[in-house]
Design a protein around this ligand. Structure first.
Ligand SMILES: Nc1ncnc2c1ncn2[C@@H]1O[C@H](COP(=O)(O)OP(=O)(O)OP(=O)(O)O)[C@@H](O)[C@H]1O
Ligand SMILES: [Mg+2]
Length: 391
């Protein structure tokens, strides 16, 4: 049976919760011609929002395009993706994909011929030696030209846009900027995880896209919405979960969508296998112990990711020391460490820019609850149940 909880793949439709207000706002900006940037640390649900927004504007009759920059290692592939996803609005994406392999057969297809009539550059995709910068430049123009040809506004989603710099440094960002600002019929929805990179592209006054788009910070999902959702999902399989257990899940994850789903999925697995084993007639009720076991299972499912993250952070001893003292819950990171103030400030700033920590009032907090659990459990070697509680 398919799991009730999805952890990993983006969620849309009924499975997407707690984002209604944001989605409505984003759509009204986009339809009004204003571009939008979604910013959030990893696994906060950016792609889900982006896809849902595109689905909804598409059902309103607008054209859409979705391009995941993370999955485009070269400028040529990026150009192909842009062109293909724009052509998909006239169901010509498959023909285009085949066309790149075999030009002659496809050109016989009347519809495709008509569609590309005004866009001769598409023929260049069959030419392996074609300059990829030219293809990219043409494909960016194509977004708007296509929408004008069909007299239809288009919303174009660029997922993980911060990754664009990997293709050609800042040059390519500037190329996008110079072209996008001229497009009248197109609105853009960008998303990105790396705060420092996104700041450089969209926020600081020297950034190429300064004031180009409205910034929306994606936060954790509201605890009440998540708790209701979890309760309802479990009730589908006749499993009850009491308020105490629900609280302990949300206290641990803080409403971070991915980990909340992951813990619930482990919990579902645990209770369905346990209930299957136990004799019938017992009430199907989730206990705090079940929640603790599920969190531990979720931790093991994530261990590679967390260890890699820790390793990356360990390049700077100041960073790891600062993180440890935040997890310890000390009053002042500055006073607690045997480091000079400048070094502590630098580590705090870097950790903030990387999206690892966040300031809350006078204190700092780790954004990733599983990293926090890892530090508490494996570095400080504190009691597991205590580490879960202090989530
Ligand atoms: N609104 C939501 N409602 C329910 N679950 C969600 C929601 N948003 C995200 N999730 C959960 O988080 C997971 C990751 O979501 P998504 O891929 O959209 O995030 P992301 O920010 O794009 O992640 P990444 O940084 O890996 O690209 C989903 O598989 C799902 O489990
Ligand atoms: Mg994503």
């Amino acid at each position: 049976m398919k799991s009730l909880f999805q952890a990993g793949r983006p969620v849309v439709g009924e499975k997407l919760i707690g984002r209604e207000q944001a989605i409505k706002q984003i759509i009204s900006f986009l339809v009004g011609g204003q571009s939008v940037v979604l910013m959030a640390p990893r696994r906060f649900g950016k792609t889900s929002i982006l896809l849902e927004v595109l689905n909804r504007v598409k059902s309103q009759g607008l054209f859409t395009a979705y391009i995941d920059i993370f999955a485009t290692p070269t400028k040529r592939i990026l150009a192909e993706q842009i062109t293909e996803s724009v052509l998909a609005n006239r169901k010509l994406d498959k023909v285009f994909a085949n066309f790149r392999k075999s030009i002659s057969s496809i050109l016989k297809q009347v519809e495709f011929k008509q569609a590309i009539e005004d866009f001769e550059f598409i023929l260049d995709f069959a030419e392996t030696k074609q300059d990829e910068s030219v293809l990219l430049s043409e494909s960016i123009d194509f977004i708007e030209r296509f929408s004008i040809k069909y007299n239809q506004q288009i919303v174009c989603g660029f997922d993980e846009f911060g990754d664009i710099e990997k293709l050609d440094g800042l040059e390519i960002v500037k190329l996008f900027r110079s072209k996008l600002q001229l497009q009248q019929n197109t609105s853009f929805l960008f998303s990105g995880s790396h705060e420092s990179v996104m700041n450089q592209i969209f926020i600081t006054s020297k950034s190429p896209f300064y004031r180009f788009a409205r910034i929306i910070n994606v936060k954790e999902i509201s605890p009440d919405i998540f708790k209701n959702y979890i309760k309802n999902e479990f009730s589908r399989i006749d499993v009850k979960i009491n308020p105490e257990s629900l609280n302990s899940i949300i206290e641990f994850t803080g409403g971070q969508p991915y980990y909340t789903q992951l813990v619930c999925r482990q919990l579902e697995y645990l209770v369905t296998t346990n209930f299957a084993k136990s004799s019938s007639g017992i009430s199907k009720q989730i206990s705090i112990n079940d929640v603790n076991t599920a969190i531990e299972e979720a931790f093991w499912a994530e261990i590679n990711y967390i260890e890699k993250l820790w390793e990356e952070l360990s390049v700077s001893r100041e960073q790891t020391q600062v993180l440890i003292s935040i997890v310890r819950g000390v009053d002042s990171v500055y006073r607690s460490l045997n480091l000079n103030q400048v070094n502590v400030s630098r580590a705090l700033r870097n950790l903030k820019l990387k999206g690892v920590i966040k300031r809350e009032g006078k204190n700092y907090r780790l954004i990733d609850p599983m990293l926090k659990y890892f530090i508490c459990r494996d570095i400080l070697k504190l009691d597991k149940a205590e580490c879960i509680k202090s989530g």
